[in-house]
Ligand binder design. Sequence first.
Ligand code: V47
Ligand code: ZN
Length: 355
Amino acid sequence: MTDTSVPAAGTADRDLRAFIAGLPKAELHVHHVGSASPRIVSELAARHPDSKVPTDAEALVDYFTFTDFAHFIEVYLSVVDLIRTPEDVRLLTFEVARDLARQQVRYAELTITPFSSTRRGIEERAFMDAIEDARKAAEAEFGTVLRWCFDIPGEAGLEAAEETTRLATEDRIRPEGLVSFGLGGPEIGVPRPQFKPYFDRAIAAGLRSVPHAGETTGPETVWDALNELRAERIGHGTSSAQDPKLLAHLAEHRIPLEVCPTSNIATRAVRTLEEHPIREFARAGVVVTINSDDPPMFGTDLNNEYAVAARLLELDERGLAGLAKNAVEASFLDAAGKARIAQEIDAYTTTWLAR
Ligand SMILES: Nc1ncnc2c1ncn2[C@@H]1O[C@H](CCC(=O)c2cccc(C(=O)O)c2)[C@@H](O)[C@H]1O
Ligand SMILES: [Zn+2]
């Protein structure tokens, strides 16, 4: 595991971490399989002894240490291979919701890659029923509202694009909780424009466009995501900092970046946290949201990502509350839901500062 934890700065850091722990949040960029906790992964690996994924939590820490992005995808797919039955899907989804609720996440848009599961033999209706059952159970038990983003694994090509679009747009199969449509996997060698017809169909069906872009390739990929895929938010958008015109465009049109600081270090997309472009984004007035991407795989969680952002952006409690409200505002939750969580954030912050 790459050591990406942020060294504690003493009392101030401890106080801010305590504030963050209780701060109501929304998470917009977090992957379904990528959020499988070491306990869940170990349990699934034990069910499938043929898997190369370690069953021991300790060994898993080393297993989740990546030499580069391609290695990350290889490890990611080995975990995808563990999800073999609708029961595995239900268990994983409910436990991910539990982990989010423990961090005071009131609302999350969870990115799911249905193609990767249906092509591995999970029947599509059973898959949708499993995620919907878990979503409703989690909302009833934890109060955490989950919505789905279905994403195309771009490297799997147009077959994956067609299948993902069908599952996301056909009334008889698309799940009730689906709100957005994305594009994940390696960017190198996977140009965005080829997916325009699929995003057009998804948008026409009422879904919101949130592709990954600029994570491992340059700002031109972010421009393509905006111009060809009509992106309303950008997953990562890390290389936007290389193009002042792009930064100005994102700021002027208030197109949020789904920033995942530790992910970018763990996948080697960015060399060190000190070099992370999040400060350039803030200086340019770009709307920044903080996310964990694949938290257990990167040895982090959403609360730690807020602590990282606090250090890099030199934020106090009000600054952190502002980041949390950015995510609520950038979400696809209805207006009443946004107002409710924003009000909770304000009340929590006021009480904290008055103590
Ligand atoms: N930071 C990330 N940046 C980008 N993506 C990320 C990130 N974190 C997680 N993902 C997920 O990784 C998967 C990649 C799956 C993939 O590439 C692939 C290639 C060929 C075949 C198949 C298959 O299933 O047969 C899958 C995607 O589902 C995506 O949602
Ligand atoms: Zn991602």
